[in-house]
Design a protein around this ligand. Structure first.
Ligand code: A2H
Length: 255
């Protein structure tokens, strides 16, 4: 990390139906009709068409923070504080918390992911490698282009019972979004298989795969899905980001 500022796109995934544990924990804490959003931070807004679930760290503490009378964000406390100093909450430096939840409480929650082809919604699922100290602590899953995401959903589907999830939550189709000359249109799957990555805990291998996928996608990738299909990733990235922001479905978040 070190010097410099990381500019993320913070995406708003609206809750359609809470997990049972969350329903119990939230009883009486939110006004009728309030919209709550999971807010993942991403560096790859141009891939959001392919979201097929969204991750939280099962042991990470999160809060639900009030932004307006009917808008609330589910993020880490650290992220809420940062947001309060970036003009995201109405009162500077103030980030009112209405509930405390652990990641494991919200696993199974159904959310609406902007731009995703999965219009019926996607599930909140556990990812052990989410860092509490980065972004918002919420990571949206795009298994076509993120080796970490791909390795994680494969593991979740394989050990669904162990993780206490329904297998089908981790098995939504994987959409090709970007094509690169060297790795085809599912770069994350290609790299995970080629590098024989067997687990989301293969940290070193996954770091290498992430590096390759990021650079290949950015410098040699071409969109093969969505409004900007045919354009390069470099051209499409800011366009997708801006259209999400214009639609009120995302905002800038920096740290
Ligand atoms: B990216 P950087 Cl398709 N813990 O979004 C672990 N990972 C986190 C995180 C956290 N607390 N917060 C964000 N991230 C992930 C999409 C994506 C991402 C694709 C491909 C690569 C990729 C869909 N997941 O990231 O350390 C988020 O996943 C690889 C660079 O701040 C975010 O963007 O550089 C990225 O890591 C931020 O990583």
């Amino acid at each position: 990390e070190g010097v410099g500022v990381q500019e993320y796109t913070a995406l708003k995934l609206r809750v359609k139906e809470w997990s049972e544990k969350a329903q119990t924990a939230l009883a009486g804490k939110l006004p009728e009709g309030a919209n709550v959003y999971f807010v993942p931070a991403t560096l790859r807004p141009e891939t959001m068409y392919g979201q097929n679930c969204c991750f939280v760290g099962p042991k990470i503490p999160y809060g639900i923070y009030k932004v307006t009378d009917n808008e609330y964000y589910f993020v880490s406390e650290r992220a809420a504080r940062n947001m309060a100093y970036q003009g995201i909450f109405p009162q500077w430096g103030v980030f009112p918390k209405v509930a405390d939840l652990e990641g494991s409480d919200v696993v199974g929650t159904l959310v609406d992911a902007p731009l995703s082809v999965h219009k019926e919604g996607v599930r909140i699922l556990p990812m052990e490698t989410v860092k509490a100290s980065k972004g918002t602590g919420v990571v949206t899953c795009v298994p076509s282009d993120s080796p970490d995401d791909y390795a994680t959903i494969m593991d979740l589907a394989k050990k669904a019972e162990f993780y206490g999830i329904k297998k089908e939550w981790a098995e939504l189709p994987i959409l090709p979004i970007i094509e690169t000359p060297e790795y085809g249109n599912l770069i994350a799957k290609t790299l995970v298989e080629k590098m024989k990555i067997n687990s989301p805990k293969d940290a070193k291998q996954l770091a290498d795969a992430k590096d390759i996928a990021y650079k290949e996608g950015f410098y040699n990738g071409k969109m093969v899905y969505g409004e900007y299909s045919g354009k390069s990733v470099q051209e499409a990235k800011p366009l997708v980001r801006q259209s999400l922001i214009d639609a009120g479905e995302a905002f800038n978040y920096a740290e």
